[in-house]
Design a binder for this molecule. Sequence first.
Ligand code: 5AD
Ligand code: SF4
Length: 470
Amino acid sequence: MEKIILEEKQGNPTFKVSLKNNSKKLYLESYGCQMNFSDSEIVASILDKNGYNTTRDLKESDLILINTCSIREKAEFTVRNRLKSFKKLKKQNPKLIVGILGCMAERMKESLLEEEKLVDLVVGPDAYRDLPTLLEEVEGGQKSVNVLLSREETYADISPVRLDSKGISGFISIMRGCDNMCSFCVVPFTRGRERSRSPLTIVAEAKDLYQKGYKEVILLGQNVDSYRWNINKKEEVIDQNIPSTNFSELLEKVALVAKDLRVRFSTSHPKDMTDDVVHVMKKHRNICNYIHLPVQSGSSKILQKMNRGYSKEWYLKRIKSIREIIPNCAISTDIITGFCDESDEDFQETLDLMKKVEFNFSYMFFYSERPKTLAERKFKDNVPLEIKKLRLQRVIDLQKEHSLKNNESSVGKIMEVLVEGPSKKSALEYCGRNDENYKVVFPKEDSKEGDYVNVLIERFTSATLIGKII
Ligand code: 5AD
Ligand code: SF4
């Protein structure tokens, strides 16, 4: 039986950020998923208590940490090049420490230290509490590594230092790791077993953010529908004396923190997502009408090979059910083209599924074989790269059509938008997001960041809605 930690602290945990007069400077760069960005905030918090303030200026840094991603080969390639670019800085400042964190640290362990001599420090996603000790070792002239994965670490008691945030939207990590073992995916190997964080600390973090003026929280997990506190995988309560919480209950608890605190969550899994979650979304206006539900492929044969645990028909039924409960719910997805043995007919099934669903957004990739995964060990990566890329382009083109069609239907509608910051193109315009996670751009008028404004949509591009405040 899955063992989960059940201790909870008495009362509400406090979330304080120390404001010490730190003397050293940490430059922290993150790649990959939102989870990595959220982890970097935990790292910044741990190091803040150990003498480091963050800086955006590489040149003044005493410590450079790169939080890395291994999901596709290209992501690792980008990080390697970045690490090589630090060699010059190290020559100028021999005391400069360079370290890698996250998935690549876990995957490559000592090789980055020994073979390539690119870094002084390698720390996996469950070992961040050990950073101060590891840094001491490096300062003493050693190279340092901790890539141990944990079954229990959730960093539940650590109050993240909010990086790159204007105090409007904050990530809350609700669980770590993944037990799904999709055959293409490296995450179970780099982030370890699934474990959920105490609901008490999650709600306390949401309250803390709200009290600090935040307007939105994003609950993060590799598969949020597997969130379980005091419930085992057979859906049985483990200890009758402690309250149990599943994801829909957690979502409701967070939604109840404040009526004007927007709640988003990611990522949902088609095999685990229940209607309960959608009903809770419908019940609470502040939970955004947006679900990220990666399908990966439209072919049931390929889905089985991917070990996704559902068929095309199951996925379409999930979509139907979501739309019956919340007709205007925005749905986005992830799609991989050219997975092992994907034939033209299989690929047509993906296009067919896309046409049936008409996703609001998609994140699209061609298959990239990853070490240790079931696909790497057992299947042949037998779709030629050019075919993978051609198929990807077709998927991108089709998504663009659907996005434009969806965006067109928004013209003339009035949408509540949370103002996030200046638009990329003009200092006179703000950019924000509506309930369905669409980017909306509009002239500032007298609104300010963090406000909710009503915007009448007048125009659109494939990625943005454009309008004016009314
Ligand atoms: N190749 C291509 N895309 C991948 N993803 C995960 N692993 C791979 C891989 N080996 C995509 C999936 C997942 C998203 C985060 O990245 O679509 O949902
Ligand atoms: Fe990877 Fe599948 Fe887990 Fe997502 S659900 S992180 S794709 S193993």
